[in-house]
Design a protein around this ligand. Sequence first.
Ligand SMILES: Cn1cc(Br)cc1C(=O)Nc1[nH]nc2c1CN(C(=O)N[C@H](CN1CCCC1)c1ccccc1)C21CC1
Length: 346
Amino acid sequence: MSSTYPELKGFYHLRETIGSGGFAKVKLAYHALTGEKVAIKIMDKKALGEDLPRVKTEIAAMQELCHQHICKLYQVIETDDRFYMILEYCPEGELFDYIVSKDRLEEEEARIFFRQIVAAVAYIHKNGYAHRDLKPENLLLDEDQNLKLIDFGLCAKPKGGMDNHLTTCCGSPAYAAPELISGLEYLGSEADIWSMGVLLYALMCGYLPFDDEKLSQLYRKIKNGKYEVPEWLGQETSELLAHMLQTDPKRRINILELIEHPWLNHGFNVPVEWSSKYKRTLDEDCITELAVHYGKGRTQMESVVTKWKYDYLTATYFLLLEKKMKGRPVRLLHRPAVSRNTPNPK
Ligand SMILES: Cn1cc(Br)cc1C(=O)Nc1[nH]nc2c1CN(C(=O)N[C@H](CN1CCCC1)c1ccccc1)C21CC1
């Protein structure tokens, strides 16, 4: 059978499709050298049409962002007809489905998830990015029930930094800030805070604060900023929501106040840990295993890996690091039978 994805042959073993959207599909796969599961987002350039720049935006953003609550990009393959993004696999699917399965979350569980969301958003804002499409469908659960943020196709890195205004109206209407849908200039950071307010409401209520089948009606409700406060939302939760779903962006809570907010820190004696847990330095064990596998000296291996070309080597390094962080052996699955001084058979 002719291989539909020849560029992946030998590097990844493809399995079933786990997601399909407009111009892309996501397939489960195994990275051949480590045996680790990955999710491969396959995009057809023709089907993308004028959405092609979104893919470049997403790739550029995800190559810069490396955080425990952001879905990790391992490798990018571009051919004449396609883009492949090899990404972290999250076996528990979307937070959206998790909320639906439980109707709504108790305060304690919502707090744990919300701290992770705030950590991810604080990190991307610190790095000059606004996500602009925050919603439960874009938050995936890994095997430890930790959240991973995905879909950076609508994100923005305002020229000159996060204090500069944006104008493009984008994202999902129900999560969009009033200033964004009014076509006014807005700050990406402020719009993301609003969306997180809608997200927190959805976590704790199981439905949206602003909803209407008619888009014009939905917009009116958002601009009006009035929403129902069910009795199970405590006093403190309601106050936090009121400060996030503040229609005036200048009076809306900001990310640093959010991190310190009492509601987020109830029962926690450490503030939200928003900095990345990934170290800047290369991991010795991973470099050693790669050097042995490719028959190179460590120094040479280090200099090749630090080029971060997001090729198969970058993916292999990151996946070895994943294995180490999960306490699995830092081993590649098969080593060439040849010894170090035999020339590569090519
Ligand atoms: C749904 N599901 C159920 C299980 Br069990 C695992 C999954 C699952 O999708 N896991 C998973 N791991 N890693 C990924 C995924 C899904 N996934 C995604 O990137 N999923 C998004 C989901 N978006 C949310 C709103 C619109 C589309 C997607 C984008 C384009 C086409 C299809 C799906 C990645 C690659 C990052």
